[in-house]
Ligand binder design. Structure first.
Ligand code: S3P
Length: 434
């Protein structure tokens, strides 16, 4: 991803979106499939892997740690797990917080040394939340709160960790380190975060128990190779879904969307706003529940979004704010402090984008209020290099009065490389411009 590319993308007011498309592979599950396979005995096969810039950063990192990870066909990979070795140079995690924090945890129990680094955005994101518990388990870290950081891995002891934030990245870092630790390992969160690591660890033979907000590793901690299937990403599906809800006359279906309850806070909220959203043919895929999601144009109403739902829709606030901009009345969102630590300060970026598009909005330290109507659009939105800000405001431009442009659209490839063709396939008028 060339973060200095001057290219922009433009979304033009579009007519009813229609058709059926398949959701791209889930980013969180894709990172985990590669990393867990790299820790397992034997050769794992992965199908449906999301080949986005973030996930490819994880694949490259694993190779640098001496793991054989081969791509056989689009989305189909083979990974030979085993002991990791010290990489020859710094591990570049690119734009990906998941890559940085999960790899630190996975590497911490090997007797190796590694420097973790990332792009300008990742270098500003807090890492102490992940490495403090790993250091308490016995790993050494040199550096400040941010990348670059040097890890000196070693034998680890167990931990009983009370996490101050509901973060699946922190929880997963501890669980992955815990696989190679002696003694009890447990993590308690303020509210449950996404549980894909736990599901996949169990599928690969480890003993993991969950009791409310407490997750524990049992005595059985070795992983065996497996065939892993990556379900569709609800966080990516959210963009075409909201596009269909706000462009009059739309009726689309996205197939194979993961509907794990720790990920579908947005769907619950959209339904409360009056969205015509149907989950069809719910079934299991790779240990996760999936469904086809049908979304039809709906007149949305403003709602109060409960703060307790934040973890289940943490990445969906940019696109929820866009849905709220087309709703009748006011939508209030609270408990958003974590949005300030994402690929950008998302709360600030959402507010600026909405205001640029003529949408009345106000933000507090950790809250956002959006008053809906018919957004004017006709703006260039600063994405701050954040893929989800770029996609959210392009969706806004499909239903606003005037076209919306965004800068740095190339960052969309970090999570959704096929965003443009998929959206164009259902009728969205999107263009890349110099
Ligand atoms: C992720 C967890 C979330 C989410 C991120 C992916 C994961 O971050 O925002 O996009 O794969 O575990 P936090 O765990 O830091 O909240």
């Amino acid at each position: 991803v060339d973060s200095f590319s001057p290219a922009r993308a433009c979304a033009f007011p579009s007519r009813g979106l229609a058709g059926t498309v398949t959701a791209p592979g889930d980013k969180s599950v894709s990172h985990r499939a590669l990393i867990l396979a790299a820790l397992a005995e034997g050769e794992s096969r992965i199908a449906g892997l999301l080949e986005s810039a973030d996930v490819l950063a994880t694949a490259r990192a694993l190779r640098a740690f001496g793991v054989a990870a081969e791509r056989d066909a689009p989305g189909c990979w083979r990974v030979q797990g085993g002991a990791w070795r010290s990489p020859a140079g710094p591990i570049d995690c690119g734009n990906s917080g998941t890559a940085a924090r999960l790899l630190m945890g996975a590497a911490a129990g090997f007797p190796i040394e590694a420097v973790f680094d990332g792009d300008a955005s990742l270098r500003h994101r807090p890492m102490r939340r992940a490495f403090a518990p790993l250091a308490a388990m016995g790993a050494r870290f040199e550096g400040g709160d941010c990348l670059p950081l040097r890890l000196r891995g070693r034998s680890l002891r167990g931990i009983s960790y009370q996490s101050p934030v509901a973060s699946a990245q922190v929880k997963s870092a501890i669980l992955l380190a815990g696989l190679r630790a002696e003694g009890p390992v447990e993590v308690t969160e303020p509210t449950p975060s996404r549980d894909h690591t736990e599901i996949m660890l169990r599928a690969m033979g480890a003993e993991v128990t969950t009791e409310g907000t407490i997750v524990r590793l049992g005595a059985r901690r070795s992983l065996r190779a497996a065939d892993l299937l990556v379900p569709g990403d609800p966080s990516s599906a959210a963009f075409p879904i909201v596009a269909a809800l706000i462009v009059p006359g739309s009726d689309i279906t996205i197939t194979g969307v993961m509907v794990n309850t720790t990920r579908i806070g947005l769907f619950d909220t959209l339904r409360e706003m009056g969205a015509d959203l149907q989950l069809i043919d719910e079934r299991m895929m790779g240990g996760e529940r999936v469904a086809d999601v049908r979304a039809r144009f709906s007149q949305l109403q403003g709602v109060e979004v409960p703060g307790g739902r934040v973890a289940a829709m943490i990445d969906e606030y940019p696109i929820l704010a866009v849905a709220a901009a087309f709703a009748q009345g006011t939508t209030r969102m609270s408990g958003l402090a974590e949005l300030r630590h994402k690929e950008s300060d998302r709360l600030a970026a959402i507010l600026c984008g909405l205001q640029a598009c003529g949408v009345p909005a106000e933000a507090g330290d950790d809250s956002l209020t959006v008053t809906g109507g018919m957004p004017e659009g006709g703006a260039v939105v600063a994405t701050e290099g954040d893929h989800r800000i770029a996609m959210a405001f392009l969706v806004l431009g499909l239903a606003a009065r005037k076209p919306v442009r965004v800068d740095r659209p190339e960052m969309i490839a970090t999570s959704f490389p096929d965003f443009f063709p998929l959206m164009q396939h259902i009728g969205a008028r999107l263009e890349l411009t110099p």
